[in-house]
Every structure is written in C-alpha cells, then in structure tokens.
Design a protein around this ligand. Structure first.
Ligand code: TYD
Length: 137
C-alpha cells in the first residue's frame, strides 16, 4: 500500500569543512516540485497547519532548529520531531497536519507538487474525516 507519510533521511555529503545535503526530484523527493514556501519567525506556542490538502503533496524539511509535525491520516496519528536538516517528512494528499513547538530560529522549508489554491484546503476536521471515509466507499 502507498504510504501516506514517510520520514526521509537525506545523505550528508559533507566533509571536514561542513555539511552538504542534496535532494533530487524522483530520487529523494517523490514528486516534481512546483512550489516552495518556508515558515520562520514563528512565535512560541503557535500551532500552524491544522488542515489537510485535497491536491497537494508536501515534503517538509526543517533547515534550522526543530519543529514537531503531528500527522493524522484519519486512521493513525503520529508525531515526528523534525530536528535535523538532513531529514524530511513526506505527506501525501488528505493527511491532516499540525506544526507546533517551533524552536527559536526554526526555519521550516516546504516543497509541494502543486501551486497554491485555497479551495483545495480542508480546514474542518470533521469534514476531513467525512471526505476520507467517503473516498474509501
Ligand atoms: P497559511 O498559513 O496556509 O494560512 P492560514 O494561516 O490561514 O492557515 O498561509 C498564510 C497566508 O499565505 C494565507 O493568506 C495564504 C497565503 N499562502 C499563499 O499565498 N501561498 C502559499 O503557498 C501558502 C502556503 C500560503
């Protein structure tokens, strides 16, 4: 079965002078990237996300500091601590996500296969559950 989310460990190609990480579409990123955005300067106690996306898939990489990603597939819940710049979390469509516990200086880079479209967001949790249950029928 196709995974709805997955932790991705990027190889570090650094040397004694410092680190370097590469992510190529089709090789490490499971889609072609059409959009990037990043979240930084997040105040303490803030929870971002709180939605699912009908069309977009994502790869989240926290470039600096740490952030927790709560993932809810409707069947399973998980929390991933993104605390290294060489790790990422892949999120398929229709996965509910919360981002929280942003450390000071955290910079969360998000790659997506879709351009922004506010209509593809599901912001109501019950609606999210209804849509995934209806899709299974
Ligand atoms: P977002 O944090 O997704 O909105 P909200 O806080 O309402 O959940 O996005 C903040 C603003 O940025 C919102 O006005 C929508 C806009 N935005 C874009 O224009 N393009 C994008 O790719 C994203 C993620 C947000």
């Amino acid at each position: 079965m196709k995974k709805l989310y997955e932790l991705i460990e990027f190889q570090k190609l650094g040397d004694e002078f410092g680190e370097l990480v590469v992510a190529e579409c089709g090789k490490h990123i499971p889609f072609d990237v059409r959009r990037i955005f990043y979240i930084y300067g997040t105040k303490q106690g803030v929870v971002r996300g709180r939605h699912a996306n009908r069309k977009s898939r994502f790869l989240l990489i926290n470039m600096f500091g740490s952030v927790k990603i709560k993932i809810d597939t409707g069947k399973k819940k998980d929390v991933i601590d993104l605390n290294r710049p060489n790790m990422g979390v892949y999120l398929d469509r229709m996965v509910w996500k919360d981002m929280y516990d942003f450390s000071e200086g955290s910079c969360l880079l998000v790659l997506s296969d879709e351009l922004y479209d506010s209509k593809e967001y599901v912001r109501d949790y019950q609606e999210f559950l209804n849509e995934i249950n209806n899709a299974k029928k």
